[in-house]
Design a protein around this ligand. Structure first.
Ligand code: PLP
Length: 381
């Protein structure tokens, strides 16, 4: 039996052994509720606060700006609904290529969508056109999860800074926040919040070799949000519920490791991506790479195999031990064509002929060579 070749790291990553190790004591010896008053509980609270401080340090934030959540879906919902519910007459502006966990909450309120160009990069002139005096939140992801395109967050931040200045001059007291969903970014990119210029940022443990259902929302001091989950008042009243101590300890370690590895991993993965693209173009005629050839993350390759049926191709690859995705992980169960691919103007036929391959720490050149060989034989049938 040949080993499986996992090429779906954008959907989930295996846990790093060092992460498992730091989490282990919190299942049994240190299981305490960090809100209780006895010494052992207070020690769990202290460990949780250290994890928060560590995360803050990795992101260039203050520990009071880090709020733990159960993954990026919750962090995105908190950023969008938390803002919209605080400013009910305000408008939310999200890019049309956001993950569903941004689009769906935005659609609950007054919202508008920013167009994307055909390469999967948000159209800044459309963004400028659509921001109005009622806009309270702009949400644009750092790296798109389907195409791997990198979005111009710093440029958007500069635009928002100038809009804030205008508003002050005009006496418009409405705030305007910038949120970025960075779920696909932490393994390879600079996540420093002030260099990015964001007010809100979502990070996900399950994509960085940490535990699933763990995440954070960075909330810049002074940003006003309404909680979605109320109750015991944990996370400074923004997210009630007994804290997932082992999970958040693991998340902090995973983020620390990701930051240490990011430059080396980005270089290694970029080389793998280049190799994969070269081999595809040599061996699989009719394969077309989607997204931007300039602004792309190293770990995602989105390919249309002209005339193929992506679900069948994915299953045939799976049968041969190669695992990849038909759509984004979270929409894989839906029969609807991806809204991201529609937003870049891809027709339904090409959408249904496209697969996403995503690479991670265990991906090798040999794996990719074998995958292309298989694709060559499957696509020539
Ligand atoms: N945002 C992006 C860009 C993602 O890729 C994902 C998951 O694929 C999410 C948000 C949601 O993450 P989770 O389902 O772990 O909450």
């Amino acid at each position: 039996m040949k080993k499986c070749i996992y090429l779906d790291y954008a959907a989930a990553t295996p846990m790093d052994n060092k992460v498992i190790k730091v989490m282990a004591p919190y299942w049994q010896q240190k299981f305490y509720n960090p809100s209780a008053m006895y010494l052992t509980s207070r020690s769990a609270r202290q460990d949780l606060n250290e994890a928060r401080e560590n995360i803050a340090k990795q992101l260039g934030a203050k520990s009071g700006e880090i709020y733990f959540t159960a993954g990026a879906t919750e962090a995105n919902n908190l950023a969008i609904s938390g803002t919209a519910r605080n400013f009910l007459d305000g408008e939310v502006l999200v890019s049309s290529i956001e993950h569903e966990s941004v689009i769906a909450p935005a659609e609950l309120y007054k919202c508008n969508k920013i167009a994307s160009n055909t390469n999967g990069i948000v159209d800044l002139s459309d963004l400028k056109k659509k921001i109005n005096s009622n806009t309270v939140l702009v949400s644009v992801m750092l790296v798109n999860n389907e195409l791997g395109t990198i979005q111009p967050i710093r440029e958007i931040s500069n635009l928002i800074i100038s809009i804030r200045k205008e508003r002050i001059k005009k006496g418009n007291k409405k705030p305007i926040y910038l949120h970025t969903d960075a779920a696909q970014a932490a393994n390879f990119f600079d996540m420093h919040v002030s260099r990015l210029g964001v007010d809100l940022m979502s990070v996900n443990g399950g994509k960085i070799y940490g535990p699933k259902q763990t995440g954070i929302l960075y909330v810049k001091a002074g940003t006003r949000l309404k909680p979605l989950i109320v109750g015991g008042g944990q996370e400074r009243n923004l997210r009630s519920g007994t804290e997932n101590v082992p999970g958040f300890i693991g998340l902090a370690k995973a983020l620390e490791i990701a930051k240490k590895m990011k430059d080396k991993e980005a270089k290694r993965t970029r080389e793998l991506r280049e190799f994969f693209l070269k081999e595809l173009s040599k061996n699989v005629p009719g394969s077309q790479i989607n997204g931007s050839s300039k602004h792309h993350a190293p770990h995602i390759v989105h390919v249309t195999f002209a005339g193929s049926d992506n679900e069948r191709l994915m299953m045939e690859l799976d049968e041969q031990g190669v695992q990849c995705a038909v759509g984004s992980a979270c929409s894989a169960s839906s029969a609807k064509p991806s809204h991201v691919l529609s937003a870049i103007g891809m027709n339904d036929e090409d959408t249904r002929a496209s697969l996403r391959f995503s690479f991670g720490r265990n991906t090798s050149k040999k794996d990719l060579g074998r995958t292309v060989k298989l694709l060559k034989s499957l696509c020539s049938k």
